[in-house]
Design a protein around this ligand. Structure first.
Ligand code: PLP
Ligand code: ZN
Length: 555
């Protein structure tokens, strides 16, 4: 078990971490940070780090997950850092490095966030969650939640490119297209989650997001230390002079900043880099606010950009945080046009063979500007986050029915989302699940698998119990349309559950599918009797077979 603290940045309240909290219980502040035993971590890293695999979990001591058993990993992080050869020469800046986040499992740096956030969901017993996304978070969370057996509702603005939406659908998440801006999409998703009593991913307000992004800083410093040598003899690693990233909500740079602060505290780097936060002109609330000297950003109500992946019109608490960092430590908020981003995308592909999505190219377009304006000096060590790459997903794989739609009235943005009939009714319609399935099974791994098979199909409400007795109670309380029943369970085995069901008038007609780990004796088969519809052998069925059986039993 891993120990760490959470601390309120506003008032200093602190407690050993037990469960996620939405806000500080003392002052109501929403900015909570994780704190660790940095001295112990430094000792451990000095002794062990070089032997660990190069994924973001090599920095386990500083990641906020209690139990390794909940870790959902697909080798995220540990991406290469390499110098641009031709670009560096062209710009007369020899120390330009690309942090190649395209190489994450789903092709963007959101995989770091997904790995930690989905692991934390697992640790907190969450089996169904809702999020709003401009694309990549939904893709990444969908992949990781498939792995974890968590059902995901992904609310995307209708402007998100179809390839990205299809990838979300491919992983079996429910895709809800919201005709409106990203900020409206967030409101609709939060409302849906509240209405359904589901977990809502709070983005930057959740500790997992900041904490995962800081692994970018750890890796960059460790890699630069190896590539260029330590910056002075007392510290083994090296911080760059600049960290450049295209930003939307600003989670990346917020996390990266915390990462460098921790490294400095641990004596692993001697300084922190200047941050360059880059937005697109058609949606640059942070840049405008910074230039106008504002502490809070004015929202951009209707973003005008083709690069929807980073079109967050209403930056949350990240802006005041980053503003303070940049005022105190140097750095800049920059913006580039769509055209400049597309040109940079082309240049990077042609000059250095790096093909990226437009949202990532925004950062490179800003680098070009910063070089030509002399902001980046010839000897500066610059790291640009090459944040993502879109995968093509076969169009014909999904059929026509892979997304649902919600329309938000155009005027809804100015006022808070109206709780009018229309929206609630359309949210209600989103969840068409009428049928309820109870899983009675004592092996959590088997439950996870069954749940995942059902969730990916999308239409079922799932209840779970881990022994016969509580399963029977659950079924009595809310009779399901179908029961998936394991035979070998503690307290009350499957045979006894079946007998109890048979004896109860309200329950005797509920169909039962028995899932068993082994072949049954003829005596056991007789005991099951006519009540049971189907027998499935664990470990020897495919998800499609199970679904077919379930559908045919329910019809
Ligand atoms: C999410 C994302 C960004 C912006 O990240 P934030 O740090 O959350 O603002 C940039 N590029 C790509 C490819 C992204 O997926
Ligand atoms: Zn507080």
């Amino acid at each position: 078990m891993q120990k760490f603290f959470i601390e309120c940045v506003r008032c200093g309240w602190r407690e050993p971490y037990q469960k996620p909290r939405p806000a500080c219980p003392e002052c109501g502040g929403e900015w909570l940070d994780a704190r660790y035993d940095y001295e112990a971590a430094r000792l451990k890293w000095d002794a062990e780090l070089s032997k660990r695999p190069f994924t973001m979990w090599r920095y386990r001591e500083l990641l906020p997950l209690r139990d390794d058993a909940n870790l959902i990993t697909m080798g995220e992080g540990g991406t290469p850092l390499y110098p641009t050869t031709n670009l560096g020469m062209m710009l007369g800046r020899p120390h330009i490095y690309v942090k190649d986040e395209r190489q994450g499992p789903t092709g963007s740096f959101k995989d770091r966030q997904a790995s930690l956030a989905i692991s934390a969901m697992k640790e907190n017993g969450i089996t169904e969650a809702v999020l709003a996304s401009t694309g990549n978070v939904a893709i990444s969370y969908s992949a990781y939640s498939a792995h974890a057996g968590i059902k995901l509702w992904a609310f995307l603005t209708s402007a998100v490119p179809a390839e990205k939406m299809r990838e979300v659908a491919l992983y079996g998440s429910e895709v809800v297209k919201v005709t409106g801006t990203y900020d409206q999409t967030k409101q609709v998703a939060a409302e849906f989650a509240r209405h359904k009593g589901l977990h809502y991913d709070r983005g930057i307000r959740s500790i997992a997001v900041k904490e995962s992004m800081k692994t970018l800083a750890f890796e960059i410093a460790e890699q630069l230390g190896q590539l260029l040598g330590p910056e002075d003899q007392d510290v083994p690693w090296r911080a760059p002079d600049w960290y450049i990233q295209s930003v939307s909500g600003g989670m990346g740079p917020v996390g990266v900043w915390k990462g460098f602060e921790e490294l400095q505290l641990m004596g692993l780097v001697a300084h922190k880099p200047k941050l360059a936060c880059v937005q697109v002109e058609g949606c640059a609330p942070m840049v405008h606010a910074f230039r106008a000297g504002l502490e809070e950003a004015e929202p951009v109500l209707s973003p005008q950009t083709l690069i929807t992946t980073i079109a967050t019109g209403r930056p949350g608490p990240a802006y005041p945080f980053l503003r303070r960092v940049i005022l105190e430590n140097g750095g800049t908020f920059e913006m580039v046009s769509d055209e400049e981003a597309f040109r940079a995308m082309h240049v990077m592909a042609k000059m250095d063979g790096i093909s990226m999505e437009p949202a990532a190219a925004v950062a490179f377009a800003a680098l070009f500007k910063m070089v030509s304006q002399g902001i980046v000096k010839p000897d500066d060590v610059v790291v640009v986050n090459c944040s993502g790459h879109t995968f093509p997903v076969e169009k014909f794989l999904l059929g026509d029915d892979w997304a649902r739609s919600v329309e938000v009235a155009a005027e809804a943005e100015a006022a808070p989302l109206p709780r009018e009939e229309g929206l609630l009714a359309s949210l209600e319609r989103l969840d068409r699940r009428v049928q309820r399935i109870a899983i009675l099974e004592d092996n959590p791994e088997a439950v996870r698998l069954l749940r995942r098979v059902l969730q990916a199909h999308g239409e079922y409400q799932i209840d779970e119990a881990y022994d016969g007795q509580s399963g029977l109670e659950m079924v009595r309380q809310t009779p399901p349309d179908l029961i998936l029943l394991d035979l070998m369970m503690p307290k009350m085995d499957g045979f006894e559950v079946l007998e109890a069901l048979k004896a109860d008038e309200r329950l005797q007609d509920i169909p039962v599918i028995v899932v068993t780990a082994r072949t049954l004796t003829s005596h056991e088969r007789k005991r099951l009797g006519g009540h049971v519809h189907l027998l499935l052998q664990k470990g020897s069925f495919l998800s499609d077979d199970l679904l077919e059986d379930i559908v045919s039993v329910l019809e």
